[in-house]
Design a protein around this ligand. Structure first.
Ligand code: DMJ
Length: 626
């Protein structure tokens, strides 16, 4: 029978002209039934015949089960095929159970443990692929990353503290989401006009807010946001720009931000980018003394100083605030040059006479001589002192030079710059060629926290006194907030002309979301557990919510004495890096970023202390790298 006659659908559809190859509908139906029965029978034979699965697998797949059977050797060879099947089944069952147990085990592990295992596997792969010098594909030494303790915290037990901490996380979310929505990739956000904002401090490097916020996102466990930021850094953060940048700002925000993101997460992209940027900054040190320029063109490597700085000087708070990051860069890159550069700054400073033991804000990088004898613990001077102390802490207290420089400088500051107002407020004035200007900057308020942090390392008869000084500075700075209409502090406040802790000049009345006062509350809380510091921090939170929060983020204010806020339309990147981080830590337990494992750079980026053997170095090796 021709095939065509078996297949009803090949027949012509014209019923009237039905020929030998055409069928009626009922015939077609019967044929279809017969055909389907035939097909079913064929498949049934394949599936239901004994051991048909093996037949199938033998035909279609190269079955390992069949292979195993044929390789089991004399033991199985004699037992016949039924015995073989039993053993194969038993083995499959055993493998299955083992896989189940392993899966269960994996599911029971905490995310940190799992991450750690993944990291270890990655490090092992990296190690296996390293070249003979022990370098990875990026020419960096292979390190076995271990997350230091306290990278994330836990909910405080006290319900009020817990709620306040949650509130601060919500603030971070609002600041971040707004930046992401309106200014993604720009350096900062204009929260009122809802667009990007770029300060010339970073040249054409982009994403300052992203890099500055990375660690805050991490410690607040905002991991979806952290991953988006990481992805942006990986794909878009570019330092190959023909632009002039502030060496100090790029160092504290970008290098510092990348380093802490690395220490918190272990992601190699951050280490790689930090070292890449550090290398770009090295030409800034090409001066006769090695004191770096303030400004550097990242492409040409040509540096210069701020045109307004006394006689072409470099600024103490700028060249003196590279130490922590550069020591870490040497450690993470294996390149001692970074450390050598900053240790040389120390050498230059130690050769110079210091008026009254004080460090002037200006130093000429060509002559190696001081510029104007202006001294400040606020703008132009501040973080130099902070880094002396923290360099000592960071070196596992082996950097005796840094220690001596810090405590000697603090003594000179106390003698020459610290004063008490007639109502008993302690403040730190500014010193101009021996004359005091009775003004204290918002920036200077960080000193409360710094002095508290260093009090423990002072000679034992001075520890209590230094804690008192720190507490007094915290109180004065709190007063500078309380005495305004909006309960946020001015840029600078004075103790002259009959006023105390109040700004008298119009150009000193602004508040740009700065962190220093809250930073000091956080340190004071950690060291004293006096509840007033949390209360003062909470007052600041309420004022920020009331006066700085706008639909598109958080904005600075032009005059904190005005009854209604006039917004400056800038959400500074340090608001996310510092202000919100310090607030969050103020309402967290002390084991979240504990001080015995972490030290904060001046932009509040936590760097791990090397007394924890994080990178596989021997704890006995010299701490100072040079
Ligand atoms: C930050 O960038 C750093 O804290 C720096 O040391 C000084 N000022 C700002 C925040 O006010």
């Amino acid at each position: 029978m021709p095939v065509a006659t078996l297949l009803p659908f090949t027949a012509t559809p014209n019923r009237k002209s039905a020929g030998p190859t055409s069928f009626r509908l009922t015939e077609k139906f019967i044929l279809l039934l017969v055909f389907s029965a035939f097909i079913t029978l064929c498949f049934g034979a394949i599936f239901f015949l004994p051991d048909s699965s093996k037949l199938l697998s033998g035909v279609f797949f190269h079955s390992p089960a069949v292979e195993t059977n044929t390789r089991t050797g004399p033991d199985s060879g004699d037992s016949g095929s039924a015995g073989n099947d039993e053993r194969v089944l038993a083995k499959i069952r055993k493998d299955h159970e083992k896989a189940l147990l392993e899966a269960k085990d994996t599911l029971q592990k905490r995310p940190e443990e799992l991450n750690q295992e993944i990291m270890n596997d990655k490090a092992k792969v990296a190690k296996d692929s390293m070249d003979q010098d022990g370098k990875d594909a990026n020419n960096l030494p292979v390190v076995q990353y271990q997350r230091p303790p306290g990278a994330t915290g836990h909910e405080p037990l006290d319900p009020e503290t817990r709620d306040r901490r949650t509130k601060i996380k919500e603030m971070m979310k609002h600041a971040w989401d707004s930046y992401r929505r309106y200014a993604w990739g720009s350096n900062e956000l204009r929260p009122v006009s809802k667009q990007g904002h770029s300060s010339n401090l970073f040249g054409s490097i982009k994403g300052a807010t992203i890099v500055d916020a990375l660690d805050t996102l991490y410690i607040m466990e905002m991991f979806e946001e952290f991953d988006a930021a990481t992805d942006w850094v990986d794909k878009n953060l570019d330092f190959k720009v023909n632009a002039e940048v502030s060496v100090f700002e790029v160092n504290i925000r970008f290098v510092g931000g990348l380093l802490s993101a690395y220490y918190l997460s272990g992601k190699e992209v951050f280490r790689r980018k930090a070292v890449e940027l550090g290398e770009k900054l090295l030409p800034a040190f090409k001066t006769p003394t090695g004191i770096p320029w303030a400004l550097l063109n990242l492409k040409s490597g040509i540096g210069r100083n701020w045109p307004w700085a006394s006689g072409g000087s470099s600024i103490l708070a700028e060249y003196g605030t590279l130490h922590l990051e550069f020591m870490h860069l040497s450690k993470l890159s294996g390149n001692p040059e970074f450390a050598q550069k900053v240790m040389n700054i120390r050498k230059v400073l130690n050769r110079l006479d210091k008026p009254q033991g004080l460090y002037p804000n200006y130093l000429n990088p060509n002559s190696g001589q001081w510029g104007q004898h202006h001294v400040s613990v606020g703008g132009l001077g501040d973080s130099f002192y902070e880094y002396l102390l923290k360099a000592w802490l960071m070196s596992d207290k082996s950097d005796e030079e840094g220690k001596k420089m810090y405590y000697d400088a603090l003594q000179a500051i106390e003698t020459n710059l610290m004063r008490k107002s007639s109502s008993g407020l302690t403040y730190i004035a500014e010193w101009k060629g021996g004359l005091l200007e009775h003004k204290m900057g918002h920036l200077t308020c960080f000193a409360g926290g710094m002095i508290a942090l260093g009090a423990d390392g002072a000679p034992s008869d001075k520890t209590g006194h230094q804690m008192e000084l720190a507490a007094e500075i915290a109180r004065t700075c709190h007063e500078s907030y309380s005495r305004t209409a909006l309960k946020l502090g001015p840029e600078a406040f004075r103790f002259d002309g009959g006023v105390e802790a109040i700004a008298t000049r119009q150009n000193e009345k602004y508040f740009i979301l700065r962190p220093e006062v809250i930073e000091t509350y956080m340190y004071m809380w950690r060291f004293t557990h006096d509840p007033k510091y949390r209360e003062w921090g909470w007052e600041a939170v309420q004022a920020l919510e009331q006066h700085c929060k706008v639909e598109g983020g958080y904005s600075g204010i032009r005059d904190v004495y005005a009854s209604t806020p006039n917004h400056d339309d800038v959400q500074q990147s340090f608001y996310l890096a510092e202000t919100l981080k310090y607030l969050y830590l103020l309402f967290s337990d002390d084991d979240h970023l504990p001080f015995d494992h972490w030290v904060f750079n001046t932009e509040a980026h936590p760097l791990h202390l090397p007394n924890v053997d994080l990178l596989g170095t021997e704890p006995t090796e010299p701490r100072a790298l040079v």
